[in-house]
Design a protein around this ligand. Structure first.
Ligand SMILES: Nc1ncnc2c1ncn2[C@@H]1O[C@H](COP(=O)(O)OP(=O)(O)O)[C@@H](O)[C@H]1O
Ligand SMILES: [Mg+2]
Length: 289
């Protein structure tokens, strides 16, 4: 079990990859949309079926009332990601203007996401969106820094075009410094390569100085199903995209476990928060769309 955050320097398939990994995971999974520029799954994969008031924005008010209110609100905001019952979604912001109100919420939410992994037995995939920087660091409102700091693995989604690689290099430098100073260490960082463009994994990895942990092929119809809610192509689950996503789970999990061995154990929850987590653990596999 692990907390995996996906982000990019330049839009390059973060949401599609997050969904592919969440749906490919062999374990109960929570997909948390923490992109301050707004969520895409409500209007995309879910085809606009989810009420705009449901999701991460509801946590901003609850957080101010303390960790137990936050945990209870969090549990109320989770929705089934698909019909299988053990994959859940914390939907993202419905309006980018809500990002300012979230600035103080990402850190307590990040703690809760860690507890969803350690206490409730979920793999957590975070869509952190395109990272916005300012002089010397991540932008405090337009990037969800705390969720990156608390992740076991931070995957920068890069494609095989030079502009994507070039835009990613400075963000890697900045993130390595942030993760070393305020996160779980610079080695949390890896690349997820979307195989579109001429660059190969070894070239990307040597250009960026960070390992390419996994790759996903460019596969238009399954990606349109994930990203836009287009009809699922025949054999969606056996498509190259979903097969690669299943294969990617292995090395990503291995990196997370390798790092875990050297990390501090996560904070113990208060009894109220532990109760909520226990109910979520018991609900695994029984929550339907
Ligand atoms: N692996 C892929 N194969 C084909 N198309 C993809 C793939 N990944 C992303 N896309 C397409 O690229 C566009 C941007 O993807 P998206 O996941 O929204 O990126 P981001 O979240 O980084 O902005 C979408 O139209 C999506 O369908
Ligand atoms: Mg996105």
């Amino acid at each position: 079990m692990a907390v995996i955050a996906l982000a990019s320097a330049k839009s390059s398939g973060v949401t599609t990859a997050s969904l592919a990994l969440a749906l490919a995971s062999p374990r109960p999974t929570l997909l948390a949309e923490c992109d301050p520029s707004g969520g895409s799954i409500r209007g995309g994969f879910l085809g606009g079926q989810l009420n705009p008031h449901v999701g991460v924005y509801q946590l901003a008010t609850a957080e101010r009332q303390g960790p137990e209110h936050l945990a209870a609100a969090f549990a109320q905001q989770l929705r089934a990601l698909d019909g299988r019952g053990d994959r859940q979604l914390l939907a993202g912001l419905a309006d980018p203007r809500q990002a300012a109100a979230m600035a103080g919420t990402w850190a307590p939410l990040a703690q809760l996401l860690r507890l969803m992994d350690s206490q409730a037995g979920y793999d957590v995939i975070i869509d952190a969106g395109r990272l916005v920087t300012e002089a010397g660091g991540l932008h405090p409102v337009l990037s969800p820094s705390a969720v990156l700091h608390h992740a076991d693995v931070v995957l920068l989604v890069v494609n095989g075009w030079l502009d994507s690689v070039a835009a990613t290099a400075p963000v890697i430098e900045l993130l390595q410094a942030e993760l070393a100073a305020r996160g779980s260490g610079a080695d949390a960082l890896g690349v997820l390569l979307v195989e579109d463009g001429p660059e190969r994994p070894h070239g990307v990895s040597s250009a960026l100085g960070v390992p390419v942990v996994a790759g996903l092929p460019w596969d238009a119809a399954p990606a349109a199903h994930l990203r836009r809610g287009a009809a699922a192509p025949r054999n969606f689950t056996r498509s190259p995209l979903m097969r690669s996503a299943r294969s990617a789970c292995g090395p990503i999990e291995a990196l997370a476990q390798h790092r875990r061995v050297r990390q501090m154990p996560s904070q113990q929850p208060s009894p109220g928060v532990a109760g909520v987590l226990q109910r979520l653990a018991q609900a695994r596999g029984t929550i339907h769309a």
